[in-house]
Design a protein around this ligand. Structure first.
Ligand SMILES: NC(=O)c1ccc[n+]([C@@H]2O[C@H](COP(=O)([O-])OP(=O)(O)OC[C@H]3O[C@@H](n4cnc5c(N)ncnc54)[C@H](OP(=O)(O)O)[C@@H]3O)[C@@H](O)[C@H]2O)c1
Length: 305
């Protein structure tokens, strides 16, 4: 049993990770504005936007592993408030990395595929980032702050989907919610990514930490596709009419924060260092669909009641 501190435990990754591993490990989840009721792990509240709060938290908890998922992860919010994004996505991870080095805590920090401008994927860990949005710039600053303060930390560039607390957090839920109601849903044909199902991602992150991996990794699926094709794959997995997923282009979406078109990442380094293959799209969507059959989305949502 490992003592694991999970920040962002009300978020898509943090909550799924804490739920999946609560039986095997001693987990404390940190939440901010969103309370959790009846969670099978210890929950504590903290506004990590306050300078010094990250180091105090780590000193109080002294976990073996820190899974740092808390972030301003909404691109439009970061675009409107870049100072908040800088504090939460860059300064805080740096502070946690410094404290984790000092206290001997193995830190896993979450970054994003969006640090790249998306002009020529697939990108390896050696490729130079060029973030386009306030969110991506703050996440790139966070990567640098973590690796400088604690070179033994894992910095994982990710993209993922899954069932969430409010049922609306992930792209797969967007398609599921619309298609299950018989509504159409737009899918971008010109944006490519390599998403993992969130519990598959959580398992990989834990395995990486337990194996003692260090430094920068791309932790995505080796199978990449357009967001349009992903929407159609969600439709097929649940037996919905895939013609309800309509092809559109990102330029037609009217969003403020710039999106990178080609976010295919290479996973060669991770597969080599784990000594195994990584989950493909069918495996991930199969898991997402089975969770639905088992009532997992309702179980998640009951925690917000
Ligand atoms: N979702 C994706 O596909 C994706 C893609 C690339 C990278 N990432 C990265 O993966 C990580 C996890 O993302 P996610 O999608 O799980 O995030 P999320 O669902 O948006 O959740 C964000 C979490 O951060 C917490 N948080 C925000 N501000 C805080 C503060 N001031 N103090 C304490 N906690 C705070 C929130 O707590 P409350 O809700 O309680 O306020 C929430 O639990 C992030 O680093 C994100 O940048 C995500």
């Amino acid at each position: 049993m490992t003592k694991i501190l999970v920040t962002g435990a009300s978020g898509l990754l943090g909550l799924n990770f804490a739920l999946q591993h609560a039986a095997q490990h001693e987990i404390t989840g940190v939440v901010n504005s969103q309370a959790l009721h009846g969670a099978p792990f210890a929950v504590r509240g903290a506004d990590l936007g306050l300078p010094g709060s990250g180091a105090s938290l780590l000193e109080a908890e002294r976990p073996e592993i820190l899974l740092h998922c808390a972030a301003v992860a909404n691109l439009e919010v970061a675009e409107r408030d870049p100072a908040l994004a800088q504090r939460v996505n860059a300064d805080l991870p740096g502070e946690l990395a410094e404290a984790s080095r000092r206290l001997g805590v193995r830190m896993v920090h979450l970054s994003t595929d969006a640090v790249f401008d998306g002009t020529h994927g697939p990108y390896s860990e050696e490729d130079e980032p060029n973030p386009l949005s306030a969110y991506a710039r703050s996440k790139r600053a966070g990567e640098l702050a973590v690796l400088q303060a604690n070179p033994r930390a894992i910095v994982a560039r990710v993209n993922f989907y899954g069932w969430s607390l409010n049922g609306r957090r992930s792209l797969a839920e967007f398609f599921f919610n619309n298609l299950s109601a018989g509504k159409t849903a737009n899918g971008w044909t010109d944006v490519f990514f390599c998403p993992l199902e969130v519990t598959e991602l959580g398992n990989l992150l834990l395995e990486m930490a337990q194996k003692g991996l260090e430094g920068l990794y791309h932790v995505v699926s080796p199978e990449c596709l357009s967001k349009f094709d992903f929407g159609r794959a969600v439709a097929r997995a649940f037996g919905f009419d895939e013609n309800l997923v309509l092809p559109t282009r990102v330029s037609e979406s009217g969003l403020n924060a710039a999106r990178s078109p080609d976010l295919r990442l290479s996973t060669t380094k991770l597969a080599r260092d784990l000594g195994r293959g990584l989950p493909g799209q069918a495996e991930c969507l199969g898991r997402f669909q089975r969770q639905h059959l088992e009532g997992y989305p309702q179980r998640l949502r009951s925690l917000a009641a």
